[in-house]
Design a protein around this ligand. Structure first.
Ligand code: CU
Length: 592
């Protein structure tokens, strides 16, 4: 098998685009954004692509808002079908040389899905990370049709953070986001200004990282046609080309100065582990992380030794220092995470040899940074950042309702596997027999039955406003799943190593039989640690294989029906999504 593939596009020739800024204060807090088709050039040497984008652009405009100043957006659906994507399942997972077809452009023998080509543009916008009333949160079934408009009110009563808005239509979020329907949304506040952090160009740069694939013509030359290709063995699309702010492998000229990068992984499924290389060495020590999904950490932290991991929808607020570098210095941002990601380590020092075709990583390149001549400007970072949150108090957690959710992969005959979540309810040992999940350590065994298995099943989670809850995410699959809760942020409490057994036929349509032990599996070499950069306010958390993640969450403001789900879009579209209903405490006695 070939160890590497020739790049069909030249890296680092397109300048990094910065999406147009849409500053809410300049429009009295009232914005109009239309979803419409447009054309976009992903690379200098690619023909133009047809896309669906907010204001017709990829990415959409970056909305900038102030904490405490509400923003109203009139989202106008001007999409006109057909969806400009070729969606296909290739007939085999590898080509004649044994190379996974997902590493190649083109359809690899698959035929375009006609049902997808018939999609005409029903849409719904979700502001990811927004503390937004349910009416404006983009419930996956509340669609607007082409020609209709949704007017959404965003209170912006939340801390400064990088959010993003994207489409969230039931079953086809993966295609709509992939076609271009995504954009950034930055909230600013006084605390960040007190700290003197870079704000706006040129020293604050948003980086929206995605992966994309393109079609080929009869001569195997790349066309601009955007391709979403999966295969019989991998149900998620892991396209070969990394796109930052809409360009494949771009280059950014930087001054010898301190920069602030606002990074979002907006890919459908791929997890990145970012390493900054310079002259063949990893220079991760140039990177300091100051914020995560919901804004500032309590203090700055170094990038993890292996690199900065970001699963789909995770964000990082990074300070990167180039002030000591000579003009002409070149640094390269590389990705070392293979796909589907399972948490496996990869040393940063070897990032330049991270190519892994079997791991669907033919091209580790992400982007290049090129230092230009300018006066050196270094900023020092304050040691104290956020002062407005603490870990959840242990006594409140001890009394908190506990919710258990199992993540399972159900194999189906003749169609792609189904990734589902099972909400579990505790049962007494003497309860009637039936399929059970048991979670055991030496001291005790808790038995559960499956209370809900599909999105449409009755709601079982009714969190009370103002009270902490402890959610336990039990991963019984081989891959890492980024689990996202709408509405309020949460904090990770612990990762626990588990080993588990599922009997043949144990994963049924509705029921689940599994034995989970709170002990490390002998073959498990993940460290199951919480990274320093995860000790902030998160809305998306990686749940690795052989692992239980516990989070403490407190819903504070809005009562109604919201969603939580895996943020691998191919998973959330296929049943890895469930509702919950937040309730004022005084209504709880009246719930049947
Ligand atoms: Cu998932």
């Amino acid at each position: 098998m070939t160890a590497t593939l020739t790049k069909p596009l030249t890296p680092f020739v397109d300048e990094l685009p910065v999406p147009r800024r849409l500053v809410a204060a300049e429009h009295d807090g009232r914005l109009t954004v239309s979803m419409r088709s447009g054309t976009h050039r992903f690379h200098r040497d690619l023909p133009e692509s047809k896309v669906w984008g907010y204001d017709g652009t990829v990415p959409g405009p970056t909305v900038e808002a102030e904490r405490g100043r509400p923003v109203t957006v009139e989202w106008i659906d001007e999409l006109d079908g057909p969806l400009p994507l070729a969606v296909t399942i290739a007939p085999s997972a590898t080509d004649a040389d044994g190379v996974p077809v997902q590493c190649h452009p083109g359809l690899s023998g698959g035929s375009p899905d006609e049902k997808v080509a018939a999609l005409s543009g029903h849409a719904v916008v979700h502001l990811h990370g927004g503390l937004t009333p349910a009416s404006y949160d983009g419930w996956t079934e509340n669609l607007v049709a082409p020609g209709q408009t949704a007017v959404f009110h965003y209170p912006m009563d939340q801390r400064a953070a990088l959010l993003w808005y994207h489409d969230h239509v039931m079953g086809i979020t993966k295609y709509h986001v992939y076609a271009g329907l995504a954009g950034l949304w930055i909230i600013r506040d006084q605390r960040e200004r007190e700290l003197g952090l870079p704000e706006g160009p040129p020293f604050e740069v948003p980086l929206l990282i995605q992966d994309r694939n393109f079609g080929t013509d009869g001569d195997a030359a790349l066309t601009g046609h955007v391709v979403h290709k999966t295969d019989p063995e991998v149900m998620e699309a892991f396209p070969p080309f990394t796109v930052v702010n809409g360009k494949v492998w771009p280059v950014l000229d930087v001054q010898p100065a301190t920069y602030r990068f606002r990074v979002l992984n907006g890919s459908n499924a791929r997890t990145y582990r970012l390493v900054l290389m310079h002259d063949g060495r990893s220079e991760l020590d140039r990177i300091t992380q100051i914020g995560t999904d919901h804004g500032l950490l309590r203090s700055p932290v170094a990038a993890p030794a292996d690199g900065l991991m970001l699963a789909s929808a995770e964000r990082a607020d990074l300070i990167v220092d180039f002030s000591d570098l000579e003009p002409g210095s070149e640094l390269t941002l590389l990705n070392t995470a293979s796909a589907p990601f399972d948490g496996a380590a990869f040393p940063a020092a070897h990032a330049e040899s991270a190519v892994d075709l079997d791991g669907l990583l033919p091209y580790p390149e992400v982007m290049r940074l090129r230092v230009v001549a300018a006066p050196s400007k270094r900023r020092t970072l304050p040691r104290d950042l956020a002062t407005d949150f603490e870990p959840p108090p242990p006594d409140e957690l001890a009394a908190a309702p506990r919710r258990a959710i199992a993540l399972v992969e159900r194999e189906l005959e003749g169609e792609p596997n189904m990734l589902t979540m099972r909400e579990l309810a505790p049962v007494d040992a003497e309860d009637t027999p039936g399929p059970r999940v048991t979670v055991t350590d030496d001291a005790q065994t808790i038995r559960y039955r499956t209370a809900a298995a599909h999105f449409e099943d009755a709601t079982t989670f009714f969190p009370m406003l103002g009270e902490y809850e402890l959610w336990q995410l039990i991963n019984l699959t081989g891959d890492t799943h980024p689990i996202h809760l709408h509405l309020d942020p949460f904090q990770i409490l612990v990762r626990r190593a588990i080993s588990y057994a599922i009997p043949d036929g144990g994963i049924e349509d509705r029921h689940l039989t599994a034995t989970v032990r709170l002990e490390r599996h002998p073959d498990d070499d993940l460290d199951h640690a919480i990274d320093d950069n995860e000790r902030g306010l998160k809305d998306t958390i990686r749940v690795n294989p052989n692992e239980i993640v516990e989070i403490g969450v407190r819903f504070t403001t809005y009562s109604r029906r919201f969603m939580y789900h895996c943020h691998i879009l191919e998973h959330e579209d296929r049943d890895m999504m469930r509702p919950f209903v937040t309730m004022p405490a005084e209504l709880m006695p009246f719930m049947a």
